[in-house]
Design a protein around this ligand. Structure first.
Ligand code: FAD
Length: 489
């Protein structure tokens, strides 16, 4: 058995790191503040028979999950199954136009040509270029530590750097989309991909225009049983490899002596560990668990990503016009992002995302009912009056959905739960309730995220959405891969 390692937090990155290290022969203990695994990826039920995935709903790059089972010598499908989505998303524009985003790029381009003012060839060309950008850069910018010299001296990195000027990726995402398309609705559709890592398309660099390739080039997927199945299948695998989970045991201090980690303190005990991986958001890791250590202030001060206001509704009716993923756009997208990132508030007209897992997993709602996960992008918590903003936004959402669907939604709500930025912060320790750690609103954001290791304290590592390579399920899984390779290199 290799040396024992502690992991703080059983979020998706903590689980994936635990699997990797346990499979490599380490004795792994996971300390988790709450009573269960998953972090933002937890599930809950509401009275009346409704199940909800609390956080992530869109799933791409499933092979990163499969990899963990293969690494462990297991058949992925014995633990985790998923289906490819087609269509991916139903769009409802403010002017009443409806559009279906089909998975296949050509099918999608034909739909756009039919419903919007854009030739199919322009859409196909845009998606092809999005794929080219992804292929040229993902290996370097996502799969490796950007903070180790070795990353910069590989043939792959040289290829990525050499490809950058030819990809036409200067300026912002929004500018890139305006250059590509005349129809503002199509610009809005592609701008939306900035929200996949909690950023603002009017500030985020054009390199993020590669995100649509994940859906239309590689595919969007739905796990059997919902997104929670990702966490539960990994928790099962981890337990089979001897990982010890200590629930309801928040870590209160990372103990340090002479520049290296020596253990952890919880309310229950003090534990010796020469290596600790924090899956807790990096800001509270420094502020709460290492209060006497110098912190990387510039890194921790990077602007946060957006957060979300979530309404989980049990709905006493079925809506055939809805699918798993549904977007109801606002009429003023720029105003919406200015409200979030400049004014730190919620606009009067908002884009509403409705996710209905009972479309794929009927047991998630009683017969004839649906489980609506209704999400609005909002700023992270900076002391706003969330009660007032929640009341205001709930009314806007009900009006907007009611208009688009031609039905009064309020009377159909049979069960309800609300999750606000302060709630997300309290339940998962995410700084300000930001969904994706720091935002990607400038071209250097990738380099300004905290590395997967501490440069000052030997034996301290970081995984999860607040550190390199960033937030979202795939990047969290990649952070686990980088951490385990740093530990066992
Ligand atoms: P977290 O999920 O942040 O978990 C951290 C864990 O650490 C928690 O369990 C917490 O209790 C524990 N912890 C914290 N402090 C301590 C301590 N001191 N001691 C012990 N334990 C501690 N991503 C996508 O890919 N697709 C989506 O569609 C998507 N939508 C999202 C929607 C919402 C509403 C939210 C909230 C997130 C969404 N995301 C999405 C982002 C995604 O959920 C996160 O990037 C990812 O789940 C973060 O995982 P993590 O490993 O960083 O840990």
């Amino acid at each position: 058995m290799k040396e024992p390692i502690a992991i703080i937090g059983a979020g998706i990155a903590g689980l994936a790191t635990a699997v990797r290290l346990a499979v490599a022969g380490h004795a792994v203990t996971v300390f988790e503040a709450s009573g269960t695994f998953g972090g933002k990826m937890h599930q809950f039920r509401l009275p009346g028979g409704y199940r909800f995935d609390a956080g992530p709903s869109l799933f791409t790059l499933p092979e990163l999950v499969d990899d963990l089972f293969r690494l462990a010598g297991r058949a992925p499908t014995d633990y985790f199954r998923y289906q490819r989505l087609d269509p991916i998303t139903n769009y409802f524009f403010a002017d009443g136009t409806r559009l279906t985003a089909w998975a296949d790029a050509d099918h999608f381009a034909a739909e756009v040509a039919d419903k919007l003012d854009a030739p199919a060839a322009a859409v196909a060309q845009f998606l092809a270029r999005s794929g080219k950008s992804y292929d040229a850069t993902a290996g370097t910018f996502l799969h490796k530590s950007l903070h180790k010299a070795g990353t910069y001296f590989s043939a792959e990195t040289l290829k990525a750097v050499a490809a950058l000027p030819g990809l036409g990726l200067t300026g912002t995402m929004h500018q890139r989309h305006e250059q590509a398309f005349a129809d503002p609705r199509l610009v809005q559709l592609f701008d939306r991909y900035a929200t996949y890592n909690g950023s603002d398309p009017y500030q985020a660099p054009a390199t993020l225009s590669m995100i649509p390739h994940l859906e239309h080039g590689i595919g969007a997927f739905y796990p059997e049983g919902g997104i929670y199945a990702i966490a539960s299948s990994l928790a099962r695998l981890a337990a089979e490899f001897g990982v010890q989970f200590r629930y309801h045991e928040p870590v209160e201090e990372i103990i340090v002596a002479e520049g290296r980690v020596t253990g952890l303190r919880t309310a229950q005990d003090v534990y010796d560990f020469g290596r600790v991986v924090s899956n807790m958001d990096v800001v509270p890791t420094y502020r709460r668990l290492l209060p006497t250590q110098p912190a990387p202030e510039r890194t921790l001060g990077q602007p946060r990503s957006s957060s979300a206001l979530l309404f989980y509704w049990g709905i006493a009716r079925e809506f055939p016009e809805l699918d798993l993923h549904n977007i109801f756009f606002s009429a003023d997208y720029q105003g919406e992002f200015q409200a979030i990132f400049r004014d730190k508030t919620v606009a009067d007209d908002v884009t509403v995302y409705v996710n209905v897992t009972s479309k794929k997993t009927p047991a998630d709602a009683p017969p004839g009912h649906e489980n609506w996960f209704v999400m609005v992008n909002v700023p992270h918590d900076q002391g706003q009056d969330w009660e007032a903003l929640t009341q205001k936004t709930r009314a806007v959402v009900l009006r907007k959905l009611g208009q688009a669907l031609g039905t009064d939604i309020g009377p159909l709500i049979a069960a309800e739960k609300v999750w606000t930025p302060p709630g997300i912060a309290a339940d998962t320790s995410s700084f300000g309730g930001a969904l994706y750690g720091s935002s990607s609103n400038n071209a250097l954001a990738a380099f300004l995220r905290h590395p997967n290791f501490s440069g000052r304290l030997e034996g301290l590592y970081f995984c999860g959405g607040s550190v390199h390579p960033g937030g979202g399920i795939p990047l969290c899984l990649l952070s686990a891969k980088i951490v385990s390779s740093l530990i066992d290199s």
